[in-house]
Design a protein around this ligand. Structure first.
Ligand code: CTP
Ligand code: CA
Length: 239
């Protein structure tokens, strides 16, 4: 439900937002994970719901407290996903009926090649250390772009650490081109930035690499700026 005075500029839109981070099992008790709390993705989902959209939130290990906020909303349906492969399967299904798809989840690039059915023991391992074989996970976002429906808008997120000789924006532009996204929200992360914090700073670039929005503030502020940008690209597309 939308409260009095709330904007309804996303009314009638079906949106799917992934949030959180995948976990790739090593054995029944261990996994390879990442530091994503799901806050930014949940903020994107809640902002859309408050602006009138019907929302599917695909949650991969989102922090309990973060997810709680979304679970009371009648216009937000929550679907869980654990691994990258599971997330890919859920996204493929949910995207079929979506006008806008946002991949805010941190997807593991690799999974363990052979997951042990039993807990690995040191006793059974070579002395001094072990090696885990990893295989690349499918690129969910690139797959969504490949099967994009007519009129569908696909948005990615890119967390980047500043590197040698290349700006964040240049990296984002290359990534947007590689993925074929309509919009890519690029943000700087580091050991102390981005993940656990309430705030975020994001630059949004379109398919041509043009900066269409830049916002520093709460994750909700960033989410609102992202939806503004989505509306701009959808309107320009419609003409
Ligand atoms: N993504 C995805 N599937 C993957 C990896 C990433 O859908 N297997 C999505 C993320 O959800 C995000 C976007 O792609 O929206 C960018 O993720 P990122 O990790 O920055 O891109 P990668 O292509 O994995 O490149 P990098 O080598 O920088 O990790
Ligand atoms: Ca990656």
């Amino acid at each position: 439900a939308v409260g009095a005075g709330a904007p309804t500029d996303l009314a009638g839109l079906q949106v799917v937002v992934s949030a959180g981070g995948t976990r790739e099992p090593i054995d029944p008790v261990r996994f390879i994970g990442n530091r994503s709390s799901g806050r930014q993705g949940v903020a994107v989902a809640l902002a859309a719901a408050d602006r009138g959209a019907d929302v599917v939130l695909v949650a991969a290990h989102v922090d309990e407290g973060v997810l709680a906020e979304a679970s009371t909303r009648p216009s937000v349906r929550i679907v869980g996903a654990g691994t990258a492969v599971e997330l890919g399967a859920v996204m493929a299904v949910e995207a079929e009926s979506a006008d806008v798809v946002v991949m805010a989840a941190a997807v593991a690039d690799y999974r363990v090649a052979e997951v042990s059915p039993r807990k690995r023991t040191k006793e059974a391992a070579p002395e001094g250390g072990i090696t885990l074989d990893l295989v690349e996970n499918p690129d969910i976002l690139a797959g969504l772009v490949r099967s994009r429906r007519h009129g569908q808008t696909i948005v990615g997120f890119a967390a980047e650490t500043p590197g040698e000789g290349e700006t964040l924006l240049d990296r984002g532009r290359r990534k947007a081109a590689r993925k074929g996204t309509d919009l890519l929200a690029v943000n700087e992360v580091g050991w102390t930035r981005g993940f656990e914090s309430a705030d975020n700073a994001v630059t949004v670039i379109d398919a041509a690499g043009e900066v269409v929005a830049a916002r520093r503030g709460s994750k909700r502020d960033v989410a609102e700026a992202l939806w503004d940008a989505v509306l701009v690209v959808r309107e320009s597309r419609a003409n």
